[in-house]
Ligand binder design. Structure first.
Ligand code: ADP
Length: 589
């Protein structure tokens, strides 16, 4: 539908009312004015007729036509009036301007007939005799109830008509001027009424586009109240939008800083919100994900089925899935349905949490318990077996008894070594967690000197030389006891797995911001396939050899832990038959 602005509704209405009023007034005046003028003329003519009446009566009664005509002509001249005396049968007996003898019968003249019928007759018409427009008034002249004649007075009305025409022109001119003024005033008034409403409309449109300007308060009470209501509405809207924006920013900040992934979908399975962590878990582009369906963008059937399940029937559920990628990830999915304000299902929200580490830790713990049990069971079984054999009578044979007791003592030593190493590991872990391990800036050289002297006996047994290359001034924040234990473990291993008469080198160097302490041997070395796992607890390359050499399989795990509590790490370079180089890397501060 065609819509007009308020101004173009008000203005034509005002204008047409004004123009219609002017038109009616003009019409009324144009009718009233001639009537008024002609009434005056008629009154005038009537007064003249009465005056004439008395003056012609004697001649009329005496039927003195000549004298009557003289009187009539004289009166007509002096009063500028045409006077006609008509007998009741219509014959003109006297006339001021013409010769009555030449005049036709006036019995059919309208003013004459009206005068006969009603006692007075008037008529405005062109004169049959003179041809100009005339006002005629006819009055019967009676005496003692008998009509003697009809006196007709008339004057030309051309002057009046001229006058009226002039007045009409003026009226029309005034009406046009008034109409133009009215048009202007109507426009001003219409504008005055519509302007504040226009302003409010514009302000409301700005509200819609998010700009909350104040509406100026108009003078009209109703509009002022409307403007105040709009201003109040704007204030409340601004407050609410600010609150919503702040809350949204908070939610976004929380979501984007969460380690857990959060995905929200609508009922059509379209992603409405997704945080950075979720995009990373699902291996998708965060900027492209919004608005697309899960099937479109997440190529994991288990994940798709999980969301579909929540959307279709279940209200909430949880499961664990493996998300394939560079490193397979085990993730926990926790889903709940979303409802709108009417309580209807409007989508679902899924929280994705990384379970990989937890599951791996569980695996490590399970393996560790199994390994510990297994490692402890062997010496315990031996001790039990040999003790039982002794009890069963072997102790009576001194030679056997001594050998059995030596075996029992050896297994007890092994048990002791395992328990010692386990305790070291657990105290390292505890110290790491509780941060109870103390560190101080100290020189590395004395620690390595002490390791060399502690390993001398074992090295000499195999005729192995331990060389040390370490500058005096290398310093680091260390726990000397722990570092000593780590390097001693490495040197012990080097001695264990090296041929006799070989050389072991301990080298400490500082480069950039790292201190590297390397223990180099030329022993049997370690094959590539074992190198990744060599630092795991109880992992050994050759079980029987390790056991024979008194190993527990925990030495390198302890080294790794000690390096890590110092904020460093340990690496291995080796190939079978070429010896090993274990390097402890420590931050130089
Ligand atoms: P173990 O007490 O058995 O020595 P470790 O944790 O110290 O346990 O070492 C684990 C395994 O790594 C050893 O069993 C051995 O096979 C291998 N290994 C460690 N150090 C060396 C080395 N210097 N040369 C060759 N193999 C080594």
């Amino acid at each position: 539908m065609f819509k007009k602005s308020l101004l173009w509704q008000l203005y034509p209405a005002y204008l047409s009312i004004t123009v219609a009023a002017l038109f009616i007034i003009t019409l009324y005046l144009s009718r009233l004015l001639p009537e008024f003028y002609y009434d005056q003329v008629v009154d005038n003519l009537r007064a003249r007729a009465y005056l004439i009446e008395q003056q012609i009566l004697p001649d009329l009664k005496a039927k003195n036509v000549q004298s009557l005509n003289d009187v009539v002509r004289k009166l007509g001249k002096s009063s500028s009036t045409r006077i006609t005396i008509i007998l009741p049968d219509g014959r003109v007996i006297a006339e001021s301007d013409e010769n009555p003898a030449e005049m036709e019968n006036h019995g059919n003249r309208p003013e004459f007939r009206k005068a006969i019928e009603k006692g007075i007759g008037r008529s405005l018409r062109p004169s049959d005799t003179l041809g100009t427009s005339m006002m005629y008034l006819a009055l019967p002249l009676e005496e003692q109830g008998q009509m003697l004649a009809v006196i007709r007075t008339s004057i030309p009305v051309t002057a009046i008509e001229e006058n009226l025409k002039h007045i009409y022109h003026r009226i029309v001119l005034s009406v046009v001027i008034v109409a133009i003024c009215a048009a202007g005033i109507s426009l001003v008034i219409s504008r005055k009424i519509s302007r504040p409403i226009e302003q409010m409309k514009e302000t409301a449109q700005r509200f819609a586009s998010g700009r909350f300007d104040r509406v100026p308060i108009p003078k009209q009470v109703e509009l002022a109240e409307l403007a105040q209501a709009l201003n109040e509405m704007a204030r409340q809207l601004r407050d609410r939008i600010n609150t919503i924006t702040r809350q949204r920013n908070e939610v976004e900040a929380i979501l984007s800083s969460m380690a857990e992934g959060v995905v929200a979908v609508d009922v059509n399975n379209r992603i409405v919100s997704i945080n950075r962590a979720a995009a990373k878990f699902l291996n998708i582009d965060l900027t492209e994900a919004k608005g697309r369906t899960v099937e479109d963008i997440v190529h994991n059937t288990e994940f798709q089925a999980f969301i579909q399940g929540i959307l279709n029937d279940e209200n909430s559920c949880q499961t664990e899935v493996v998300l394939p990628g560079r490193k397979d990830r085990i993730v926990g999915l926790n889903g709940t349905t979303l409802t709108d304000s009417n309580g209807d299902k409007s989508g679902a929200v899924i929280v994705i949490s990384d379970m990989t580490r937890m599951r791996r830790l569980e695996d490590v713990r399970r393996d560790f318990v199994a390994n510990v049990s297994h490692e402890l069971r062997t010496p315990i079984t031996s001790i039990k077996g040999f003790a039982e054999t002794l009890l069963e009578g072997a102790f009576k044979e001194p030679e056997k008894a001594e050998r059995f007791l030596q075996i029992i003592a050896k297994h007890a030593d092994r048990l002791n070594a395992i328990v010692e190493d386990l305790l070291s590991l657990s105290s390292l872990e505890e110290g790491r967690q509780t941060r109870k391990i103390t560190f101080e800036k100290a020189s590395i050289r004395p620690v390595l000197d002490s390791v060399v002297s502690m390993s001398t006996i074992k090295a000499e047994e195999k005729d192995i030389t331990v060389e040390l290359d370490c500058a005096e001034d290398i310093e680091a924040r260390i726990n000397t006891v722990l570092l000593e234990q780590a390097i001693l473990n490495l040197v012990d291993n080097a001695i264990k797995y090296s041929e006799s008469k070989s050389t072991i080198r301990i080298e400490a160097h500082q480069s950039d911001d790292m201190i590297r302490i390397a223990v180099r041997d030329s022993g049997c070395g370690i094959a590539k396939k074992h190198q990744n796992r060599i630092f795991e607890r109880f992992y050994v390359v050759d079980k029987s050899r390790s056991r024979k050499l008194g190993g527990t399989g925990l030495g390198l795990a302890i080294v790794k832990h000690i390096a890590e509590v110092h904020g460093g790490h340990v690496t291995l370079e080796s190939s079978p038959g070429q010896g090993c180089t274990f390097t402890v890397h420590l931050p130089a501060e």
